[in-house]
Design a protein around this ligand. Structure first.
Ligand code: RP5
Length: 158
């Protein structure tokens, strides 16, 4: 299994969650993306999380829209870090943001911004977690941030 598992509730989530997969690919981090809805396929979610954890997945990223149970249910099934990405399916994603961020005490979900920015940052956070025990990846992240800084123009153009 991959270092990072990317879960989403629906095919409709992939266009945004692909940004997490692309970011992980860019950093050379193995990742596995799956559509496994917490409410439509609960048994499959239990099975997948157990299998992923047993075979070495270190971080889960879970994106969902609307009532957005997927990150919280995933976190209930594993002690690995779970990073939640709220997706804009209805209500501009505010429903999903509040559902994911307001986890009752005891089962934490690290919650990111709504949509593509959140998906990309979740991938970078997953990389930062993995880099705590991987010097090569740590150096890659240093280089990535340097490149990002260098790509910014200081003088605005018309
Ligand atoms: C959630 O409901 C999914 O994460 C998705 O964002 C939203 C709508 O799902 P679909 O009706 O597009 O399958 O479960």
């Amino acid at each position: 299994m991959a270092d990072v598992s990317i879960l989403m509730g629906s095919q409709s989530d992939w266009k945004v969650m692909k940004r997490a997969a692309d970011m992980l690919d860019e950093l050379g981090i193995s990742n596995d993306s799956r559509i496994i809805s917490a409410h439509r396929k609960p048994a499959r979610l239990h099975e997948y999380v157990a299998e992923a954890e047993a075979t070495g997945t270190k971080v889960f990223i879970a994106g969902a829209g609307m009532a957005a149970h997927l990150p919280g249910v995933t976190a209930s099934l594993t002690l690995r870090p779970v990073l939640g990405v709220p997706l804009n399916a209805t209500l501009d994603g505010m429903d999903s943001l509040l559902a994911i961020v307001q986890m009752p005490p005891g089962i934490p979900v690290g919650t990111f911004g709504i949509g593509g920015a959140g998906a990309k940052n979740a991938a970078l956070q997953a990389a930062a977690i993995l880099a705590t025990s991987d010097d090569e990846l740590h150096q890659k992240l240093i280089n990535w941030r340097k490149t990002q800084a260098e790509s910014l123009e200081e003088i605005p153009k018309d």
